[in-house]
Design a protein around this ligand. Structure first.
Ligand SMILES: NC(=O)c1ccc[n+]([C@@H]2O[C@H](COP(=O)([O-])OP(=O)(O)OC[C@H]3O[C@@H](n4cnc5c(N)ncnc54)[C@H](OP(=O)(O)O)[C@@H]3O)[C@@H](O)[C@H]2O)c1
Length: 136
């Protein structure tokens, strides 16, 4: 997708892209290893492109949502109505569009931003074990 769009945005001299990653990109999330790894790839891609494309006037925002009330949650057997700190998808999308020029990375949920700030300040082994217990 980025290969397809970047030449067109470059030719136009302006534009923007939002790459949807996840808060699970911020650390290897136990019990969600493959998803977490795939989202880490998206984050690395988006952040690198943000730096590469600034000189071309192209905004790149890597969006890291927390829990968002989409059909994906129901498919995982989760009931959004019973989960705390779930955001409506329209609010996440609006925030991303609003802040597209403020890249490189946006954690759309204040709750998850605070949680991951605390988690990432911990020694990595302790953070991973705390997360493993919580995610299970
Ligand atoms: N929901 C969350 O809590 C959450 C949290 C963090 C990050 N995310 C990320 O947010 C993104 C959207 O997730 P979601 O929760 O909205 O999931 P979703 O409810 O499953 O929606 C996924 C969307 O992607 C489309 N899609 C899937 N495969 C596609 C393909 N090969 N080509 C084109 N479109 C395709 C689907 O289209 P159809 O309906 O036509 O199949 C659907 O509209 C994902 O990258 C997910 O990892 C979600």
């Amino acid at each position: 997708m980025t290969r397809a769009f970047i030449p067109r945005l470059r030719a136009r001299g302006r534009g923007g892209m939002i790459l949807t990653s996840s808060v699970e990109a911020l650390i290897g999330c136990p019990w969600s290893a493959a998803y977490s790894a795939s989202k880490a790839l998206v984050r690395a891609l988006g952040e690198a492109l943000w730096a590469e494309l600034r000189q071309d006037g192209i905004d790149v925002l890597t969006l890291c949502p927390g829990a968002t009330d989409t059909p994906a949650l129901a498919r995982m057997g989760l009931d959004a109505a019973r989960m705390p700190h779930v955001m409506p998808p329209a609010a996440v999308a609006a925030m991303a569009l609003d802040r597209i020029a403020e890249g490189p990375t946006l954690i759309s949920s204040e709750h998850y931003r605070a949680t991951f700030d605390r988690l990432l300040a911990m020694p990595r082994d302790q953070a991973l074990l705390a997360l493993a217990a919580r995610m299970r």
